[in-house]
Design a protein around this ligand. Structure first.
Ligand SMILES: Nc1nc2c(c(=O)[nH]1)N=C([C@H](O)[C@H](O)COP(=O)(O)OP(=O)(O)OP(=O)(O)O)CN2
Ligand SMILES: [Zn+2]
Length: 122
């Protein structure tokens, strides 16, 4: 069994309602994110690949375009623009298209934060 990951980066703005740091969080502010899509499986003996990384990259491009340089509060179906919701939203966007989809990880390097979503069944 193997795991294979591909990453895209996006920069986006949002607001958040929080119990702490409420005022600054409600102000529009931005973050730089990385999103990693991980597939799990066994390589096809002929191709040596679980999935072609180029194909994975193409499938991820639609999600990247919907997030990069967008105001996340306005992204359809996202809800409060947390790392949890971002990883679940990317999962839903790819589910059914990416064979062996195992998890979606959203990272915010500036603050050392990571959120990993394994899908609704996990
Ligand atoms: N469970 C979660 N908690 C928080 C999330 C989240 O996605 N999931 N997100 C935020 C905010 O986006 C917030 O802007 C980050 O704030 P904070 O952690 O207080 O850190 P900084 O303001 O120091 O972060 P910078 O990225 O350096 O601006 C809060 N909580
Ligand atoms: Zn924020």
């Amino acid at each position: 069994m193997f795991e294979l990951s591909k990453e895209f980066r996006f920069d986006a703005a949002h607001t958040l309602n929080r119990a702490i740091e409420a005022e600054s969080s409600r102000r529009i502010h931005g973050h730089s994110y990385r999103a990693q899509v991980t597939v799990r499986g066994t390589p096809d003996p002929e191709t040596g690949m679980i999935v072609d990384l180029g194909m994975l990259s193409r499938l991820m491009e639609d999600a990247r375009q919907a997030l990069d340089h967008h105001f996340l509060d306005e992204v359809e179906g996202l809800g409060p623009a947390t790392m949890e919701n971002l990883s679940a939203w990317i999962w839903r966007r790819l589910d059914g298209q990416v064979p062996g989809l195992a998890c979606v990880t959203v990272l915010r390097d500036s603050s050392g934060e990571t959120c990993r979503y394994f899908g609704p069944a996990a």
